[in-house]
Ligand binder design. Sequence first.
Ligand SMILES: Cc1cc2nc3c(=O)[nH]c(=O)nc-3n(C[C@H](O)[C@H](O)[C@H](O)COP(=O)(O)OP(=O)(O)OC[C@H]3O[C@@H](n4cnc5c(N)ncnc54)[C@H](O)[C@@H]3O)c2cc1C
Length: 364
Amino acid sequence: MPQPPKARSNATPSPAPRHFAVIGAGMAGITCARTLTQAGHRVTVFEKSTGSGGRMATHSTLFGAFDHGAQYFTVRDPRFEKALQTAPGLCKPWSATTVRVLDAFGRVAAAGLPAREAHWVPTPGMNALVRHWAQPLVQAGAVELEKHVTRIERDALHPEQWQLHTSGHHTDAGDEVHVYSGFDAVVLAIPAAQAGALLQTSRLAPAFVKALEGVEVAPCWTLMVAFPQAIQPTMSHIGPQWNAARSTHHRVAWLAREPSKPARESLERWTVQASAAWSAEHLEDDAARVQGKLLKAFAEITGIRAEPALAEVHRWRHAQTVQPLGRSHLWDAKTGIGLCGDWCLGHRVENAFVSALTLALKVA
Ligand SMILES: Cc1cc2nc3c(=O)[nH]c(=O)nc-3n(C[C@H](O)[C@H](O)[C@H](O)COP(=O)(O)OP(=O)(O)OC[C@H]3O[C@@H](n4cnc5c(N)ncnc54)[C@H](O)[C@@H]3O)c2cc1C
């Protein structure tokens, strides 16, 4: 009896598992790492700071926490929406969607913008979403914190593989230098300027370094102030009636009242972000001088002239993209070097997610 022809599978065989080094544990790095892991690859993430989150940052103080980087995120891409469903309830809509627009004197120029799209915030702090997604990687020992990657080079013994040099910043003994080997590919999920500098130091991917020259990212000085003396709702009598505002004051672009966000401590705290132009002009200024100037602007805009119990500034050298790359990612299949991050597509958290997801799906 003739045998029926054997069923032929149309599926392309999945590539052999590889070991990826991912540099950066922000939204892009963790998205890339978890996608590659889900596809069956081995991943090691290197992060120079003490935790994951990157510019989706939360600064803890004695007076409560501040979201001193990204303020909220919006969701337009169905892939991002789907990924968020893996963390049900973690991100909540922030009701301050009717953001005020202030004139240069702090007067409300527009009484409230219509809520075009929901403003989402992770709880209890902005870094919580990336940390949630990073958790399985951390548990698997795949995240190396406080490891600043300073050089990428070919492994002398296995020239088809990569090795990374790192320095640790927070050791009592000073900088600890390590070399990690055995990577088939390296993904740089870090701001464009830092990626360019690392590639240049490593004498790698000159075409990518050239492409990065067209990317422009603005800096941002951020002021954080706390007023524990204000017992709610008293503050509403001496402070403004709004919780978040864009401003045309020459120093300040954005103000947000931290306790107005969901699941935050109630103590009165404000995060104030300087305009890109003012931040660039004062980028190398002394922090105390910047703080004084931003405090003055804060008082002019809000009318709050009380002495804050806490005032701190943070300088973001690479805050928000002004001119993106215009491509979702960069990937060189021959060398196994890839780049992703918000700056590929835009200035938003979702851009970082989409860039990293696209790269990971391409290489997986
Ligand atoms: C002040 C400010 C306000 C913002 N407001 C908003 C907003 O309201 N809404 C919005 O959607 N987006 C906002 N953004 C932008 C948003 O934060 C970013 O788009 C997003 O977080 C970028 O993620 P990423 O993973 O691409 O980069 P990052 O978050 O910058 O992650 C890169 C990571 O790499 C690490 N790293 C860098 N170099 C090295 C190295 N050599 N070795 C090891 N680790 C390294 C860094 O420490 C960092 O953790 C804001 C950003 C800032 C700074």
